[in-house]
Design a protein around this ligand. Structure first.
Ligand code: FAD
Length: 452
């Protein structure tokens, strides 16, 4: 146990959602801004941590990890504008629980609701509607940032603009986000009108996305073990918030209520290797057949549409003790078909078994270091092994060759050189970090690895 003024720390083993890498860290749980300021003054490089849903090493640091869970209050809601002011440690799940039954939904949401407001801002998360509504920053009115010298800045597109756009997508490396104001959208029902299409291969999948520009939400699950003429065969799902009139009669009485979903918990690690090319192939076959039966239009509740994985609590344990890694890149539109095809060839040939492979269309982004750019993003999960590390090297090289960029919230493997080759904004970020002394005060294991 060590103590910095009044704030005490404990030593904990931390990791990201992928459970790789793992690090013993000094963890502080501040209850007030002044406790964070004391810690800053001690000179330790620190990093804020939300709910640890980033996959790799971005949300911890050996010297001082700041667990933000005490910053958990909803401060204000304006029903005229839909603006919600919340502290950084509030979970999206808590916001949904309160606001969905009252007819409000986040403008932007990632694929899990177990993330904090601070985490969504720091990664500038995108959802299935990025091509239409942009990333989290598009719903963000302002944020309060505690940074070097213990000063708190209100940042917005109009006030402290550069600090705002470096912080959004800046992975906690500009300071500690304390609270923020962002907008929710009004909804008539808690249901999504989903249209499911089956694509025989990658070309068909991309054609479906291109034809669905007007759809609010679009996402594809790809069977990444399929090869040959079936390379990239996918289930493409489009979605719209259903109006009350559209709903089947049985849901119209209480349109903002949905049946409680059964939740399963995985409480122990699966054996290493339980997910291999055979089990993944079997899973993919079943999923594909099931989706074929459901092709066409259906009404699904918001949790099933937006957060299918959240119904299996602790699903990251399926990958065993060694954990897993996610590879996520975005390729520019012009290179997408060829580049995605090369990435899928590599994955299919490696046959290490990525049972989660997700394709989305992205638009432009505003954050100075935000991940999205106009193009297609592919996310693949792999069980951790020496072989996986080699596959990641290959995938990263392929993505670089097609002008791709990598998502830091998913990364645990990039090298400083590959990151810089992929994104010319990184060097400017490092210069700004030096100029503002952020580099001295804010660091994660990821920022050390990537020399940010
Ligand atoms: C199943 C699953 C699905 C996902 N789907 C998507 C998706 O569709 N789209 C997408 O964009 N992302 C997605 N993600 C990634 C996830 O949304 C981001 O990693 C998000 O940042 C996690 O939030 P968190 O609160 O858990 O933050 P953490 O993982 O704890 O931290 C993530 C980053 O935010 C910083 N941070 C956290 N709180 C603060 C704060 N108060 N001040 C400053 N910095 C802070 C941390 O330093 C770190 O750099 C998914 C993750 C999972 C596990």
């Amino acid at each position: 146990m060590s103590s910095v003024m009044t704030l005490r720390s404990s030593r904990k083993t931390l990791c990201g959602w992928g459970r790789y890498p793992v690090q013993t860290c000094y963890v502080y749980c501040p209850r007030s801004e002044s406790e964070i300021i004391h810690l800053l003054k001690s000179g330790l490089p620190l990093i804020a941590r939300g709910n640890g849903r980033a996959y790799g090493d971005s949300a911890f640091n050996r010297e001082a990890t700041l667990q933000m869970s005490h910053f958990n209050r909803l401060l204000e809601f304006n029903p005229q504008t839909g603006q919600l002011i919340a502290e950084a440690g509030v979970l999206l799940a808590e916001i949904l629980e309160i606001f969905v039954p009252r007819g409000w939904f986040p403008l932007i949401t990632p694929g899990t609701k177990f993330v904090t407001v601070g985490g969504m801002i720091a990664a500038d998360v995108h959802g299935k509607n990025h091509h239409k509504d942009g990333s989290f920053v598009h719903s963000l009115d302002w944020l309060d940032l505690l940074t070097t010298e213990g000063k708190i800045y209100r940042c917005s597109p109009l006030e402290n603009r550069d600090l705002f756009y470096w912080t959004v997508g800046g992975m906690g490396l500009t300071g500690v986000i304390l609270r923020a104001a962002f907008r929710l959208r009004p909804i008539e029902t808690a249901w999504i009108r989903q249209t499911t299409h089956i694509a025989k291969n990658l070309d068909e999948a991309i054609d479906l996305f291109e034809a669905a520009q007007a759809a609010t939400y679009s996402v594809a699950w790809i069977d990444c073990l399929a090869s040959g003429a079936h390379l990239g065969r996918s289930v493409v799902m489009l979605g719209e918030h259903a109006t009350r009139e559209e709903l089947p009669a049985k849901y119209q009485q209480r349109p903002l209520r949905t049946p409680r979903r059964r939740r399963l918990s995985i409480v122990m690690d699966f054996p290493n290797g339980a997910l291999n090319s055979l089990t993944v192939r079997a899973f993919n076959q079943l999923y594909f057949l099931n989706s074929q039966r459901q092709a066409g239009q259906s009404f699904v509740d918001w949790e099933t549409f937006f957060y299918p994985l959240d119904s299996l609590l602790g699903w990251n344990r399926i990958y065993g003790r060694r954990g897993f890694v996610q590879f996520q890149c975005v390729l520019p539109l012009s290179a997408a078909r060829e580049g995605l095809s090369a990435l899928l060839h590599c994955t299919s040939a490696a046959a290490t078994g990525s049972f989660l492979a997700v394709l989305k269309k992205l638009g432009h982004s505003q954050g100075y270091l935000s991940f999205p750019m106009a193009g297609y993003t592919l996310a693949l999960d792999f069980p951790m092994s020496q072989r996986t590390l080699k596959v990641l090297d290959q995938l990263e090289e392929i993505a670089l060759g097609y002008g791709g960029r990598f998502y830091l919230a998913k990364d645990s493997h990039l090298t400083p050189m590959r990151l810089r080759q992929s994104d010319s904004r990184v060097e400017t970020f490092v210069q700004v970090r030096n100029a503002h002394q952020w580099r001295v005060h804010f660091a994660s294991e990821q920022s050390k690895r990537l020399k940010l």
